[in-house]
Ligand binder design. Structure first.
Ligand code: ADP
Ligand code: NA
Length: 350
């Protein structure tokens, strides 16, 4: 029987911020109630932009602590570290041979991250989406909660799965390992499922607090541009008070946020933190000035983030416990990944 499975990953690079929390980690927590979930610290991905990391293990533990502090249950689900499951890299190599160079050339994140001197970017940065496809499909996962910035990579994951399914169709059939999926209206006997991105909610893309046209990012040189999960209440308050806005009052309808990216962003953050829609928030704050709205947003952000911050600090004081969680998760993940790879090797004919 083929069951739905949720998979997602976060890189162990730099501090986690509110965008990571609202775009990813908070959804991870919500999904675990009704689904089988696997959440991965993708440390192999962290090598793509920068090879040498001063404190890789500390970064890995810190992301794991954030997962646990946010409320992910590592007994019911699987929390693990990518490099402990070598099958990810094995499948990524096969996917490098499935994906076409033309597909990779269209990836906008590569263009953003490689910057001007593309010749000096690592081959790994270029192939990153192929490893991401392997992360997901080595478990034949079906649902992937991510921020909107990952949408293009998930489309590529589907393209890779589809080409593998089509190219090996005649080899998949006799193994009896296939699953029946529909593509458009066509029934297809496939090995890899077509993953569904889970990108929704009022803040699928959290923007910088200093520039409403840029996404909130850990690589932004200005620390005032983002709220970090490790920020204390004073820092959260200062950053929200200093956040860029416009001189007008908040509108009472969502349509009124058009052309006001900074206002739109803050209302979206409020809505996401309060588990409401933007319309709900504007019903409450429409007609009010930012001098009223911002303090309310500070209170809400502190209320949601302070307990996570405190629990992360508590967990980080006990690295032995975090390592044990990762060891246990890695063992269970390896067993699942090896089952898939045995089948994939069989389909290829190794
Ligand atoms: P990656 O570089 O692989 O995307 P990140 O650590 O940057 O890894 O992101 C981890 C998760 O957080 C991803 O699901 C990503 O989509 C999400 N994310 C990152 N930045 C934002 C943002 N500004 N708004 C919403 N989601 C975000
Ligand atoms: Na990202």
């Amino acid at each position: 029987e083929f069951k739905p499975l949720v998979f997602s990953g976060v890189q162990p690079t730099g501090n986690l911020h509110l965008g990571n929390y609202l775009g990813a980690i908070r959804k991870f927590v919500a999904l675990q109630e009704k689904n089988d979930c696997m959440y991965c610290v993708v440390d192999l991905h962290a090598l793509t932009a920068q090879l040498v990391h001063e404190d890789m293990i500390g970064q890995i533990r810190s992301i794991t602590a954030a997962f646990l502090a946010a409320g992910i249950d590592p007994k019911q689900h699987i929390v693990f570290n990518q490099s402990q499951v070598p099958q990810h890299a094995e499948l990524a190599w096969i996917f490098n041979c499935v994906a076409r160079i033309g597909w990779m050339n269209r990836m906008t994140q590569f263009k953003d991250k490689a910057g001007k001197d593309r010749e000096q970017a690592s081959l790994g940065l270029y192939a990153y989406p192929s490893l991401m496809a392997a992360d997901i499909l080595v478990y034949r996962a079906t649902h992937v909660p991510v921020g909107e910035d990952q949408k293009q990579h998930l489309e590529l994951t589907r393209d890779i799965a589809m080409k593998f399914n089509m190219d090996f169709m005649e080899k998949i059939r006799p193994t009896g390992l296939g699953i029946d999926i529909t593509v458009g209206d066509e029934p297809v006997h496939a090995y890899f499922p077509m993953v569904e991105p889970l990108i929704d909610g009022p803040a699928p893309r959290v923007m910088s607090l200093k520039d409403g046209s840029k996404k909130m990012s850990k690589s932004d040189p200005s620390d005032l541009s983002r709220i970090n999960l490790m920020d204390d209440s004073d820092a959260i308050s200062k950053k929200i008070r200093k956040a860029k806005t416009d001189p007008d009052a908040l509108p009472s309808e969502v349509d009124g946020l058009k052309g006001r990216p900074e206002a739109d962003n803050l209302v979206g953050i409020f809505a996401a933190l309060a588990d409401k829609t933007k319309a709900d928030v504007l019903a409450e704050f429409g007609g009010q000035q930012f001098s009223v709205f911002k303090p309310a947003l500070v209170d809400l952000a502190v209320e949601v983030l302070a307990p996570i911050n405190a629990e992360m600090r508590r967990l980080m004081d006990d690295p032995g416990h975090i390592d044990a969680v990762l060891r246990d998760g890695g063992e269970r993940a390896r067993a699942r990944a090896e089952k898939t790879m045995t089948e994939v090797r069989d389909i290829i004919g190794f």
